[in-house]
Write a protein that binds this ligand. Sequence first.
Ligand code: FEO
Length: 395
Amino acid sequence: MKPIAIKPNVSFVGAVDWDRRLFDNLVPLPDGTSYNAYLIKGSEKTALIDTVDFHMSEVLFDYLKDVDRIDYVIANHGEQDHSGTLPKVLEKYPEAKVYLTPKAKGIFMDLLHIPEEKFVTVKDGETLSLGDKTLQFIHAPWVHWPETMFTYLREDKVLFSGDFLGSHIATNELFVKDEGRVYEAAKRYYSEIMAPFAGQIKKNLERIKDLELDIVAPTHGQLYDRPEFIIDAYHHWVYDDPINLVLIPYISMHGSTKVMVDHLVDALTERGVTASLFNLSAGVVDVGKLAMALMDAATVVIGTPTVLLGPHPNVVYGAYLVNVLKPKVKFLSVIGSYGWGTKAVDIIKGLLTNLGRAEILDPVICKGLPRAEDLKAIEALAETIYQKHKESGFV
Ligand code: FEO
């Protein structure tokens, strides 16, 4: 394969992973993904921006088969899906030095056992000349690791943004054509990966707001030749209020909790409040869809039966995810059932420490199959949610 030009002497040399269906053994990839790397040939020096996941090294080397020399490898991010092939690149191109942030150096040495003398650390704003092309490094920590940076190619107005602004899509269309499809995939990606770092995302959006951009070239998915599309989307995701939506992650063992969940959905529906149910049974829940709903939801109601006095273990997993993704959720509650005793509510509350600003609405926990008074309490919870959403301007 020949490198695919995105600008004169600037080419895509990445790998499209059509078959991958799971990332980090956690995140579903319904549309596969790609590991984007880029080759920039200046009049004097040649730079490679990032590499590819180790299991697809041969794709990168096929693109590079006619490249005799690489002077610089720019390492925007240390995660192995982009750095995994770096040791092999340095074997093939022993003259190459690796440019990265000071924070990244230790991470690369720990993860890849690359000797220290291979690295050159760069300051924020520092530039590197390739002759007729200039790279400018922009420190952009926490997208989504602490060492990350962007690289801006001044003359061609291309921003190599690392994971930032990316999406998990496998395609041979290099640039975005179907913005609707990419919006969904990029939102899924943002919700799973970037949302916990919303404060830092705001700062990093500020860092790039004055750059002239022809192309945004992330490390996953398609490139943007209309960069405002994805930058505007990020602004919405990071700044917008939550919406009139109740996320209900739940599980039921013998049907009691399910009766309560269904009654809550009916009561919310009657009040014009949207509900989104996620059954946490093994192999059923799509973590990406849950993360997307979580990003939008004004309220989360967790539904659980009691197992050995605590919540069902799958609910513990769901509550842990809700907590680490640090959503903008304003209201929280728990519904569920128990047989002879329970500490489920307290344990769940203890798992949601990142959501300290959310208001806890009275839980509804019933003994055995819900009775009429339990269902009335569920209706009261739905009414409270509706009123809270209304007062907050979400309805
Ligand atoms: Fe795509 Fe954070 O690696």
